[in-house]
Design a protein around this ligand. Structure first.
Ligand code: FAD
Length: 434
């Protein structure tokens, strides 16, 4: 049985792993000290590209174009970079057992990897319709999107089913981005989701009405208030139709399912404290076990601004939590201290020629401002969330760099609102003068 030992091991080779590696190098890393173990066969990359540029019919994004850290304006970390820095990339390797007490990881091929300090960065996995026993859900051409292999299979199907029919199950950000991507690829797209409007966890009815109208104008059909309860397939096992709970049957050559994810923490069950479905950490991403850190999608950390423990499944937090954990590890080694993580939630999405950003917390009353008419030549609108007389969250579609900076500032500073009507009238100008 092969055995290796490293001072630092990052388990998971996604967004957080790449940003953590860069931070280690920045703060001082000797060759041979760090290993990244990943089930995927490629070096860390910017995962959000998979549902956006990766699916473009022309000029599609491909590796090495979007390895970390390009997503935040940094330099690409190519596989050679890791080699130059003496960082071992242990790719195509799934860890099937983690024993935190003996600081030992075991791979599917029985390789044993020991560490002094572990950073858990295993991210999330998709929720599958077969998990709920949806009939026929294992037919061919029913896709989920999490890793680059999934995206490659989807791209192959898009080519094979040229100008065919696609059904998107789910109206979250994956559903919306994939609906747009398949439409751009000239498929006939229908989206299905049970909620009264898309992205209900973030969007208000007013925000959603814009996107649903915009998508309808692009020729995407939207069916709300029902769910997929079964799939038909042909003699080859290829999906041919989606059966809905309300009795409708939708023809389909391709189905993409985006119904949510769950953090990958089963390896650590019973060994580490959990909270809100994730691994509980402090403001330095230390878990309840000494020398074990957890970052990115799997961490439930103290969100200082709102004084509560939260788990955040977004790329900006994956990057920043990874950097914070490495800073904390290095600070402990050097007997220094650093500030606790003080995160301002930030989410974004892009589809067609639209692009939105959201900062802060989407709680309280809302005020919609601007032009959210989906037929406008240049629609631009936003929403403020107001809690206890203060603006706590801001959403903006089609903002410039400066405008997006200003809404982030508002969400962070939480300015008081005397007159909501005045705020509605002022719209974006309110944010710009903060
Ligand atoms: P990941 O990047 O998921 O990396 C986890 C890695 O760990 C993977 O490589 C996985 O294979 C590996 N792994 C897991 N278990 C094991 C194991 N047992 N052994 C070995 N390796 C293992 N966020 C946004 O804010 N905006 C967006 O527009 C956006 N778009 C997205 C589009 C898609 C298609 C997806 C899937 C996600 C998107 N996200 C977006 C979310 C964002 O990508 C994640 O929050 C982020 O990638 C989390 O980083 P992470 O490092 O925690 O996990």
């Amino acid at each position: 049985m092969a055995e290796k030992h490293f001072k630092y091991v990052i388990l998971g080779g996604g967004v957080a792993a790449g940003y953590a590696a860069r931070e280690f190098v920045k703060l001082g890393l000797n060759p041979g000290e760090l290993a990244i173990i990943s089930k995927e066969s490629v070096a860390p990359y910017e995962r959000p590209a998979l549902s956006k540029g990766y699916l473009f019919p022309q000029g599609a994004a491909r590796l090495p174009g979007f390895h970390v850290c390009v997503g935040s304006g940094g330099e690409r970390l190519l596989p050679e970079w890791y080699a130059e820095k003496g960082i071992e990339l242990i790719l195509g390797t799934e860890i099937v057992k983690a024993d935190l007490a003996s600081k030992t990881l075991t791979s599917a091929a029985d390789v044993i990897i020991k560490y002094d300090i572990l950073i858990i960065a295993t991210g999330s996995t998709v929720i599958r319709l077969s998990d709920f026993g949806v009939q026929g859900a294992d037919a061919n051409n029913i896709f989920y999107l999490r890793e680059i292999d999934d995206a490659d299979k989807l791209v192959a199907a898009i080519h094979a089913k040229k100008d065919g029919k696609a059904v998107i199950v789910g109206g979250g950000y994956i559903g919306l981005e994939l609906g747009a991507a398949l439409k751009i690829n000239n498929l006939d797209v229908t989206m299905v989701y049970p909620e009264p409007w898309c992205m209900p966890r973030l969007f208000t009815a007013g925000i959603a009405a814009f996107y649903e109208g915009y998508y309808a104008n692009k020729g995407i059909k939207i069916i709300k208030g029902t769910v997929a309860v079964g799939f038909d397939s042909d003699a080859n096992g290829d999906v041919t139709a989606v059966r809905l709970k309300d009795g409708r049957v939708l023809e389909a050559d391709i189905v993409v399912v985006g119904v949510g994810g769950r953090p990958l923490i089963t390896l650590f069950k019973g060994q580490v404290e959990e909270e809100k479905g994730g691994i509980k950490t402090d403001g330095f991403f230390k878990t309840s076990i000494p020398d074990v850190y957890a970052v990115g999608d799997v961490a439930t950390f103290p969100l200082k601004l709102y004084n509560e423990q939260r788990r955040v499944e977004h790329v900006d937090h994956a990057r920043k939590s990874a950097e914070q954990a490495v800073k904390a590890i290095k600070a402990v080694e050097e007997g220094e201290s650093i500030e606790e993580y003080d995160y301002l939630p930030y989410f974004y999405s892009r589809s067609f020629d639209l692009s939105w950003q959201f900062y802060g917390d989407n709680v309280g009353d809302t005020i919609l401002f601007g032009d959210n008419d989906p037929t406008s030549a240049k629609p631009k609108f936003g929403t403020y969330w107001i809690k206890e007389g203060k603006v706590v969250g801001v959403f903006l579609e089609s903002g410039s760099l400066e405008e997006n900076k200003s809404i982030a500032k508002v969400a962070k500073l939480q300015p008081p609102v005397q007159d909501p009507e005045q705020l509605e009238k002022e719209g974006l100008a309110f944010a710009s003068k903060i």
